[in-house]
Write a protein that binds this ligand. Sequence first.
Ligand code: HSE
Length: 434
Amino acid sequence: MNPVKVGICGLGTVGGGTFNVLKRNAEEIARRAGREIEVAQIAARRPNPKCETGETPLTADIFALADNPEIDIVVELIGGYTLARDLVLKAIDNGKHVVTANKALIAVHGNEIFARARAKGVIVAFEAAVAGGIPVIKAIREGLAANRIDWLAGIINGTGNFILSEMREKGRAFADVLQEAQALGYAEADPTFDVEGIDAAHKLTILASIAFGIPLQFDKAYTEGISRLTSADVGYAEALGYRIKHLGVARRTASGFELRVHPTLIPADRLIANVNGVMNAVMVHGDAVGSTLFYGSGAGMEPTASAVVADLVDVVRAMTSDPENRVPHLAFQPDSLSDHPILPIDACESAYYLRIQAKDHPGVLAQVATILSERGINIESIMQKEVEEHDGLVPMILVTHRVVEARIDDAISALESLEGVSGKVVRIRVEQLN
Ligand code: HSE
């Protein structure tokens, strides 16, 4: 049988890795796919020194691939929203299947792209868009298809986890670790996407859609990054038996779905609290299976290529099948998606870590307790440190039971207006994940 012809757009970290894996494992891949997979053309602005492309034709024009009649599958690895969208839509219009690692593209334009792909009967595969090399899309979409999924929570940004781990373990400075993540090819072109949680929100949007059967709604995800975390809070969290992780959380509730990315205290003895460096992990809780945990490299050249190539094998196997009988892009049949709303953050429910900088006066603790109790907020634990020499203030750290966010917002406003409280109250959400 003739080889399946693939065009790779973008020869950066993931593009280079994909070319190398396809070449190195060509024989094994053909045995799995039933046909050889040949890279017929590459579109790239410049060569990648980590990738020996030999005789493979190179072009600087990405659209040449989408127009090349020889090519069956376009692999989009250029990233970004605009050009990538144009390229993918053009490839689809030309009847080509698409494999992409682009989480931003899928989270923001996925509904449009999948509708167009359905109309043309082509596949758009995106395993590499979430959690690098971990096959979590396939696991949720196919492996957990029996379940009503209640919630999922994941460390889904390798750069952010690498930064938090290095800061906690080695006391390194934020900017220094970020630079290393960039040099290793983990960070996004715009690293604020990593540290401000946008990349994680893209991935969470995708996970929530395939877990709950809802349209992609990135604009409704709540996003908070790690750039304002202090080493003091990392230390106090440890003292209380928690680790701070940057978590994406999606939860089904009676009134809607929670979709939120933020720093989170997790009990230190949970497996996911011990996921460090660039590693990612996603917990998925289904009514039949209970809790599951998927772990692996969340970024990097070959881990991400592993997911891209697995998608290529899947596409090769399915390309001759009846489009109506393929696994739906978003796991659920497109006419069966739920319109249950995404909740605004003030309607979400969580437990909270609060750090209050109190003046060293009698009665402040009693006032704090009154404000919380008047709002029905139950305190789980409390820790008060000694007076800090530099400002004469006393850090007071509280962990609450679960409460709706609007109520904690109201309590924080009241706390900040107390004469005995200085400055802003630090608030970090807490999840038990059990
Ligand atoms: N910048 C992303 C991360 C790359 O650090 O996780 C993988 O999506």
